[in-house]
Design a protein around this ligand. Structure first.
Ligand code: UDP
Length: 369
């Protein structure tokens, strides 16, 4: 088979691109360095029938109907709405911050309409840059120093191993602040978890006569063998350019799975630990699909400075380096021979739906031109 397109990486970015191209009549070869497909949303069922997310918790959420319709072609969703509690001062408290969080922390009983005024007073007592310049400023300018210190400061130091003032405001914008009683982690219109898992969903995305998949193969070792019309690259941005402008920082995780001989470990799927212990959060997987078992498996997340790349690091230094690489990317994309898509290749803190959206759009634009 002669391939029109080589897709580097079988995560959501690559497989979505391959599918859209295949449906437009292009023959695509997907090359994946890991021995499995689905990238970091890979999952599997363990011996107790519990679906484990190999690279930590993945909850699908989107406001984009086009993306929602796309993923629904490849799986049925369990309509799970994600809830998180934060372990603060020895208690499990709703997070993101909402009215109930405030009532519990401050021991007050205020109505929803009084929350805004309460937070304004907290913010007035606090010091920060206005307009906000960094992660800390964004949070403190909305909730004040006390709530920042209890819920954000130490979690952020643990996760990123740096002062929150060195991090971009964008990171803080991932977390909403609510004055009502909504205690969901996300407020997107469409939320859920694929009933048969993400791996199965990705397998279905790849299941097309115009798509072939190679796993366990490093693209950089075989690239000379192919002369495709288009290469869709979803790997690490700096590696593609042989680190010409220096290494970009990616953070990793050590995920420790533990199985307990009890039905449940914690009341919700994820509990965050901003201040205590060395892990950032514990995920109890059976909550996601409401799976039943006498045992339960939980995952402790320990942030790491190196290893499998999970996160980009939004500091000024990294973002300046990114700009230099992206200038090269723009040139290659203009040639029509390459597309760079996804968290690693665009060095962007994308969620799953944003990756799919970017991939569909880039490929559709390329097909038009
Ligand atoms: N964060 C925090 N406290 C929390 C949860 C998140 O300070 O309890 C901050 C932290 O800096 C984290 C960022 O918000 O890295 C983004 O959180 P999110 O839950 O989106 O992280 P992800 O799920 O991508 O690891």
């Amino acid at each position: 088979m002669k391939f029109d397109v080589v897709v580097v990486g079988a995560g959501l970015a690559g497989t979505t691109a391959a599918r859209v191209l295949a449906e437009a009549g292009k023959k695509a070869l997907v090359i994946e360095q890991h021995r499995h497909i689905a990238g970091h949303c890979h999952d599997y069922k363990d011996e107790n029938g519990i679906t484990i997310h190999t690279y930590g918790p993945h909850i699908f959420h989107t406001n984009n109907k086009k993306v929602w319709d796309f993923v629904n072609r490849f799986c049925d969703f369990h309509y799970y709405q994600h809830k998180v509690l934060s372990y603060v001062e020895g208690r499990l408290i709703p997070f993101p911050i909402n009215r109930d969080t405030i009532c519990e922390v401050f021991g007050v009983n205020i109505a929803t309409y009084e929350v805004e005024e309460f937070l304004e007073k907290e913010v007035k007592k606090s010091k920060f840059n206005n307009p906000p310049k960094n992660f800390r400023d964004v949070v403190v300018s909305q909730v004040g120093e006390r709530l920042y210190e209890l819920f954000f400061k130490n979690y952020t130091i643990k996760q990123w191993e740096r002062d929150p003032e060195e991090l971009s405001p964008e990171v803080a914008k991932r977390i909403p602040i609510r004055t009502n009683r909504d205690d969901r982690y996300f407020s997107d219109k469409y939320q859920g978890i694929p009933k048969s898992g993400y791996t199965k969903m990705v397998e279905n995305i790849l299941n097309h006569p115009n798509i072939a998949v190679l796993t366990g193969v490093d693209y950089f070792e075989v690239r000379e063998l192919f002369k495709p019309e288009l290469t869709v690259y979803t790997g690490e941005l700096d590696r593609f350019f042989d680190y010409a402008y220096g290494k970009l920082e990616y953070r990793s995780l050590r995920l420790e799975l533990k199985t307990y001989d009890q039905e449940y470990y914690q009341p919700v799927a994820v509990v965050n630990y901003p201040n205590d212990y060395d892990w950032t959060r514990i995920t109890e997987y059976k909550h996601f699909l409401n799976e039943k078992s006498d045992k339960t498996t939980v995952c402790f997340e320990y942030p790491l400075a190196s290893g499998e790349p999970y996160y980009i690091v939004m500091t000024q230094d990294n973002m300046e380096k990114r700009e230099k690489y992206m200038e090269q990317v723009r040139k290659l994309e203009e040639s029509g021979e390459y597309l760079f898509v996804g968290r690693l290749a665009e060095y962007k803190y994308y969620n799953m739906d944003q990756v799919i959206e970017a991939s569909i759009e880039k490929v559709q634009r390329w097909l038009k031109e």
